[in-house]
Design a protein around this ligand. Structure first.
Ligand SMILES: Nc1ncnc2c1ncn2[C@@H]1O[C@H](COP(=O)(O)OP(=O)(O)O)[C@@H](O)[C@H]1O
Ligand SMILES: [Mg+2]
Length: 249
């Protein structure tokens, strides 16, 4: 082997820039610090789960990423661009979309009408594709407020997919769903990530659902990152088991 060849082999590949980089983010509510120096990367194409006990700061972190809460300190980089102080709408235009429980905003409209309304607003006419991805085509003409709860949650995600976001942020999307409905929902999320190129950042109470679906997991505790990394490593980490999974592990 020539010296030149050896040198080429030894050159490390540059680390790919994460799609989302949260850097030393601190969020306060008055004198209470809900997040302290939180740093984490979300890789493009990841299905990234965030877990942690109630009050850990998970929702606050999603707020800092999507724009409903500005950090007191720190940086949020999306595709290399500083967005920590940008408005929600500006972030949405860049490709960060958050799902809210919105089926109840116009419960008298059909599923198709709701999607059409939001699609018009965002300049996305591709409602059929979104209905298809979320297995909602058969429910298109049903009044949104009358369909099953699990289907309504998939409508919420369908609404968030309009405008073709790069990063989908979900805060406990399976709250209130049965085990079967939760499975169906996560199956759709996996498909979005694997086949549609969406990057997903998902807070979820159901730890089993997270470890069954997510490739990367961040554990928050008391406003700080306890562990972050690939799902298998995090799951077997003694500190995670002790502090969070506890008797469930
Ligand atoms: N608007 C608010 N005003 C004051 N304290 C808040 C507010 N929102 C959340 N908190 C507090 O911040 C901490 C983190 O809350 P949150 O981000 O909702 O946690 P999680 O989603 O992990 O349950 C909790 O102690 C909560 O009581
Ligand atoms: Mg929360």
């Amino acid at each position: 082997m020539t010296a030149h060849h050896a040198a080429t082999v030894a050159t490390p590949l540059p680390e790919a820039q994460p799609l989302l980089a949260v850097r030393d983010v601190t969020v306060r509510y008055g004198r209470f610090t809900a997040l302290r120096d939180v740093t984490l990367d979300v890789r493009e194409g990841a299905f990234h789960g965030v877990i942690g006990p109630n009050g850990a700061g998970k929702s606050t972190l999603m707020d800092a990423v999507t724009g409903s809460r500005r950090p007191a300190a720190g940086s949020v980089l999306f595709d290399g661009r500083e967005i920590a102080r940008s408005r929600i709408a500006a972030r949405r235009r860049l490709g960060i979309s958050r799902s809210f429980q919105r089926t109840s905003i116009f419960p008298e409209l059909t599923v198709g009408e709701q999607l059409g309304l939001v699609g018009d607003h965002l300049g996305d006419q591709d409602v059929d594709a979104v209905l298809e991805i979320m297995s909602l085509a058969a429910l298109r003409d049903r009044v949104a407020g009358t369909i099953a709860y699990g289907d309504q949650r998939r409508v919420d995600i369908a609404l968030a997919l309009l405008g073709k976001p790069r990063l989908l942020v979900l805060d406990e999307p399976a709250a209130g769903l049965s085990v079967e409905e939760t499975d169906t929902l996560f199956e759709h999320l996996r498909t979005l990530v694997r086949e549609r190129g969406v990057t997903a950042l998902v807070v979820e109470h159901d730890v089993d659902a997270v470890f069954a679906s997510c490739d990367t997991v961040t554990v928050l505790d008391l406003g700080q990152v306890l562990r972050s990394g690939d799902a298998r490593t995090v799951r077997s980490d003694p500190a995670v088991i002790a502090a969070y999974l506890g008797s469930a592990a």
